[in-house]
Design a protein around this ligand. Sequence first.
Ligand code: ADP
Ligand code: ZN
Length: 315
Amino acid sequence: MTFILALDFGGTKLAAALSNAGSREWLGYKRCLSPANTNASTDFKIMRSLIKSLLQDRKPAAIGVSFGGPVNATTGTVRLSHHVCGWENIPLQHLLEQEYSVPASIDNDANVAAFGEWRYGAGNGHNSLFYITVSTGVGGGWILNAKPWRGEEGMAGEIGHMVVDPAGPICLCGKRGCVERLASGPYLAQDAREELQGCRGEKIRNLVGGNLELITGKVVSEAAAQGDQLARELLERSAWALGVGIGNVANLINPQRFVLGGSVTKAGERWWQVIRETARKTALPEVNFEIVSAALGDDAPLWGAVALAEDLLQR
Ligand code: ADP
Ligand code: ZN
């Protein structure tokens, strides 16, 4: 067997999985949440122990890594994490190669998930795709001519901070009306909290027993499914924002497919319908594309990491 080790350093969770090169099944899978107020060295320590219990006495032939933050994939260096402190300029690829004495390859999670979906999931057989994760944040990864297109500094595909409403609310990046500000789960929840006045949003309030701190994107979509008008409006605005972003990307780069992953994509049929309609209206009539759900679900970054590692073995 040729063992491939796939690692996922997420903003809130860590995962390690083992596969046999060429196989599409996990031989082992370990996952855990990061502790609150974690930092880079704590996360790395936890990852080491996940790897140890996963590998036991087996040795991988290559390691692929998905990292939740900007990465310089050419040098294998993490630039930083927006969620976990201490990752500034960490040469993660080099550290892993030294520690495990095998080649490693690392990239940003949206790029890696895009690669995973392209090679093994909803993008298989297509030459170009744009992958979007709609979760705690909104990230994008772009496959062009069957290769990840990272841009000059690894920052291509940042659809989350495309402005769709210049007069909209302020995003964490400082700009107004970004796709992420309108469409991510936590911002959906924040907007619901702020809008809960008078008799609107009764079902949202009931779902959290009156404790507005407990509102999440999921709660908003549950309330919408129960017919809550405020929840429906918020979800439709979220879908509208993403649809405008997708339509603009379609005009700019004309990919065959848009693949959408992340938990907010479970928001229901209406959410998908508004995205498709809005994207269609935003793009030129001559620009054709499909918008489909990710096939690999939560495992897209890990399978992308496998693809990165398998490519190392082909060299
Ligand atoms: P991560 O950002 O760690 O990758 P997820 O992809 O699970 O995690 O995204 C988490 C976000 O998705 C949370 O804000 C959560 O409220 C939201 N979410 C989860 N399920 C749903 C749902 N059914 N509808 C809308 N939002 C959801
Ligand atoms: Zn922004």
